[in-house]
Design a protein around this ligand. Structure first.
Ligand code: SF4
Length: 340
């Protein structure tokens, strides 16, 4: 959803933009100036099955009633057959998607999937009318708009941990839905960052979902064992946009190839992104102005999966295990120095 926002900005120049989103991703678009409305499609919950799809299709038809039928276009950022079916059942006459997507049989126009481009560019190109128009003239920047309440929630969390305004913050995002994308050395990193004179003055904050709480505890225990200040554990305590608001105050983030990487891109935060079973070439790298992406480029098995497998097919998981802490510390110091 975050990487879709440059497309939304582009489409908003042509007319009203309504977005169909899952309950999990819909909150990300709150307050986004390019978006008129968000229609929630809870395909695994209350809108499960055909009846749920028909209800959602009716909601779409009702919302689009003020748009002349000839001007209604569905841009299929999510390329599933289910999404394409929903748009067709909702009676949207033009349906545009990637030529490689599972739902392509139901599209009225297809756009090439530019495998060599960043995914934000691929999504942005869905609104392109001809071949020359498929590459943006300037780098794309996703955007999110945390509200004043989101900023207040982030500020309250930091203040309750004794952080005063203007303090230097370093955010660690050690989680990922995909186990093999979780770099295992965040505990050692938290210690190394606090001992390195280039980064030692920054307070460490750990962000993530509630499910990342165990990793956050490991990081805290490592700091405690080393006699260093405890990181602030924000896992499970902030909404997505409040997390984005917290990132906006940070000097840098270290993140796996996962959602916080894209939140950081949207907030323009200096980013160190760690890639293991996936690579930058897949098109999901950081888009923040100051960013470094680290991975073991010489490891021949990379990438082994589009998202990251549940377990390493070779069982050694070298792509993450052997990515050294010292390289990450240097990269953090670099992005912070360049961003100053
Ligand atoms: S096969 Fe290689 S790239 Fe894939 S998880 Fe294992 S070490 Fe990483």
């Amino acid at each position: 959803m975050v990487l879709t926002t440059p497309l939304l900005d582009r489409l908003a120049q042509r007319g009203p933009v309504d977005v169909v989103a899952t309950p999990q991703s819909a909150p990300l678009l709150a307050g986004h100036p390019a978006v008129r409305d968000v229609i929630v499609y809870d395909k695994r919950g209350i809108a499960r099955g055909w009846r749920g799809m028909l209800r959602t299709a009716r909601a779409i038809r009702f919302r689009e009633a003020d748009v002349p039928r000839g001007a209604q276009v569905a841009y299929m950022a999510q390329g599933s057959l289910r999404s394409a079916t929903l748009a067709a059942v909702a009676g949207v006459p033009s349906r545009v998607g990637f030529a490689t997507s599972a739902g392509r049989a139901l599209y009225t126009n297809t756009v090439p999937y530019q495998a060599d481009q960043h995914h934000a560019t691929r999504l942005w190109s869905l609104a392109s009318t001809d071949e020359e128009d498929r590459r943006p003239l300037a780098p794309l920047h996703p955007r999110l708009f945390p509200s004043s309440n989101d900023h207040a929630a982030a500020a309250a969390l930091l203040s309750s941990a004794g952080v005063v305004p203007g303090s230097s913050l370093l955010v660690l995002a050690p989680g990922s839905v995909w186990a093999t994308k979780r770099w295992p050395h965040y505990p050692a990193l938290a210690v190394a960052l606090q001992r390195d004179p280039r980064t030692a003055n920054a307070r460490i904050v750990i962000v993530g979902a509630a499910a990342d709480g165990a990793i956050a505890r490991d990081v805290s225990e490592a700091a405690q064992a080393a006699g260093l200040p405890l990181p602030i554990d924000a896992t499970g305590r902030l909404s997505l946009l409040s997390s984005a608001a917290l990132l906006a105050r940070a000097g840098a983030i270290v993140t796996n190839d996962s959602l916080p990487l894209h939140l950081a891109s949207a907030m323009g935060i200096p980013t160190v992104a760690l890639f293991g079973p996936t690579t930058l070439a897949l098109g999901f790298g950081p888009l923040a102005p100051h960013a470094e992406s680290l991975g073991l480029d010489a490891l021949p098995c990379r990438p082994c999966h589009a998202h990251g497998p549940a377990t390493c097919p070779l069982e050694h998981w070298k792509c993450m295990r052997e990515l050294p802490v010292a390289r990450v510390v240097d990269a953090v110091a670099d992005v912070m120095r360049v961003a100053r």
